[in-house]
Design a protein around this ligand. Structure first.
Ligand code: MBD
Ligand code: FE
Length: 262
């Protein structure tokens, strides 16, 4: 960010907030309540959660306006750099007897002209069957349900994992208390987070949601967008069995990404 840009946006932000204080005749006490919410959220380790729930979706909408490829969605507070590099056949790192229905996440990645792209990296992370993330919540092995893998020579990818449930934001933390005061619920719809990288294309961060899932219309983080709800297919007949999966039932989520050139 250039100094000039910082000056432009910070001066405007300060002005907007000052006008807001006058509009609502904010008292000293109310001013302190507001700053304490931010300080408490930082002390509770929720600084990113607090801002991401209320504001990050606006930034992705703004960047999506100029994008030709697949839409982006918010990163959220739980991305970690350096997830394990998986080897074929791709299976997300998980505990023995990891709970949750088996999910195959697969699809194809191409450029905006439809040319399939090999060796695109997908960096996938999602919650476990309790709706908790590794490297964040205690008692889960580090890097559980976090992994990186690539598209094949024809641009296809496929990874085996488990189907995550909706995510519930901690109710009793500073962010939860603000949501309670607003009379809002604490849930995000079930989702997969993904970052997609290739040296010649713009890196993208997105999320995929499951068609028919709960909270798609009232995500607490307001981050669901039309192009990101994918069809979840339930496979439960022997005709559905293929060499890569030997037991029923399982789910499949198919999603094709289009990358925007640099
Ligand atoms: C999440 O998993 C998430 O994706 C967001 C945006 C906020 C809280 C938890
Ligand atoms: Fe999430």
């Amino acid at each position: 960010m250039s100094n000039e840009r910082i000056k432009t946006v910070v001066e405007d932000l300060v002005q907007v907030l000052q006008d807001f204080m006058h509009k609502h005749e904010i008292s000293h006490d109310e001013y302190r309540v507001a700053t304490d919410v931010i300080i408490d959220s930082i002390k509770a380790g929720e600084e990113s959660l607090f801002f991401d729930v209320f504001f990050e979706a606006e930034a992705t909408d703004i960047s999506n306006k100029a994008r030709k490829g697949s839409p982006e969605a918010i990163e959220g507070p739980f991305y970690c750099v350096g997830a394990p590099l998986l080897s074929l056949p791709y299976v997300m790192p998980q505990r023995i007897n990891e709970r949750g229905d088996v999910l195959y996440f697969r699809g194809r990645i191409s450029d905006t002209d439809g040319k399939p792209l090999p060796a695109v990296e997908l960096d996938l992370w999602h919650a476990d069957a309790d709706g908790l993330y590794s490297n964040i919540h205690p008692d889960i092995p580090d890097w559980n349900l976090r992994g990186r893998f690539q598209t094949d020579a024809d641009g296809y990818y496929e990874v085996k994992t488990i189907l995550p449930p909706p995510y519930e934001i901690p109710k009793n933390g500073p962010t939860g208390k603000v949501l309670s005061a607003l009379g809002r619920h604490f849930f995000r719809p079930a989702h997969l987070h993904v970052k997609i990288r290739h040296p010649k294309y713009s890196e993208m961060t997105s999320q995929l949601y499951f068609e028919g899932g709960e909270y798609l219309d009232n995500d607490v983080a307001n981050a669901v967008r039309d192009g990101l709800i994918a069809r979840l297919v339930y496979r439960n007949s022997s005709a559905d069995l293929v060499t890569r999966e030997l037991s029923l039932p399982f789910y499949e989520l198919c999603y094709d990404f289009k990358l925007t050139p640099l």
